[in-house]
Design a protein around this ligand. Sequence first.
Ligand SMILES: [Zn+2]
Length: 66
Amino acid sequence: MRTQPNLNLVAATCSTCGATHTITTTARSIAVDVCSNCHPAYTGRESTVARGGRVERFNRRRELAA
Ligand SMILES: [Zn+2]
């Protein structure tokens, strides 16, 4: 029985949310910008919050103008 020499268990830290994921990779170390924990495509929350904030600001400006 042989173990695969190229695969390492590496802790990858996400630079956006700081979550650490253990990834099996051929690299010795790895850094990720976006992970499944904070990517808008996965969470769907970030874009919704941003849109809500923009609408809120727009409505506030309309109230001031009226
Ligand atoms: Zn992340």
